[in-house]
Design a protein around this ligand. Structure first.
Ligand SMILES: [Zn+2]
Length: 196
């Protein structure tokens, strides 16, 4: 798995790519992206409650079906608040799916390796044969919460996050620049408007 930092950065890149009709320069959009980009890892929460953080990790929430369902929920909520259901729903689905991409290309040292991308149609776990990100250590099955926390705040994970930042930063800058160009292209100055 990738870290929350890596997932957030990839999510921001996906948000820039799919946010053409969204208010991307607002704090509301920023927090929407951060929460959506890490939503799949909320599957740690039920495990935390039963003292075995990894028990429910990398299951149904890490699938394209979950990304699609998440997009539908976002669309329904957006419509409820008179926002563009299509724009918010599609972007939400894409940002959620960016989390899956981050986990597929990350190293994984705990079986089952990867994520059940095609759930519920297949329970096969998918992982890239060539890992791009280092694995984030978060304990093994049946480790106590204390031992899991010790691994989460380890030097290994700090190095893995540094590697993620170095690899994702160019992608994020590229998508941010494309987004800005799109906005500038759509902005018509008073002079241009007059000429038209
Ligand atoms: Zn994950």
């Amino acid at each position: 798995m990738a870290s929350p930092v890596g997932h957030s950065l990839i999510g921001l890149a996906a948000g820039h790519l799919t946010g053409r009709h969204l208010p991307v320069a607002t704090w509301g959009w920023f927090w929407f992206v951060l929460l959506t980009a890490n939503a799949a890892d909320l599957d740690f929460v039920p495990g935390l409650l039963v003292g075995d953080m990894n028990r429910f990790h990398h299951q149904a929430s890490h699938s394209l079906a979950a990304a699609a369902m998440f997009g539908v929920v976002v669309a329904v909520v957006a419509r409820r608040y008179n926002c563009s259901a299509r724009a918010w729903g599609l972007s939400g689905c894409a940002i959620y799916a960016s989390h899956l991409a981050g986990d597929v290309i990350a190293a994984d040292y705990g079986a089952p390796f990867g994520i059940p991308l095609w759930w519920p149609f297949s329970m096969d776990y998918v992982i890239s044969p060539i890992p791009v990100f280092s694995s984030i250590h978060h304990g093994d099955a049946s480790d106590t919460n204390l031992r899991v926390l010790a691994q989460i705040f380890s030097a290994h994970n700090l190095g893995a996050i540094g590697r993620e930042i170095m690899l994702i930063a160019p992608l994020l800058l590229g998508t941010w620049y494309m987004r800005r160009r799109t906005v500038n292209d759509r902005t018509v100055t008073p002079d241009q408007a007059h000429k038209d």
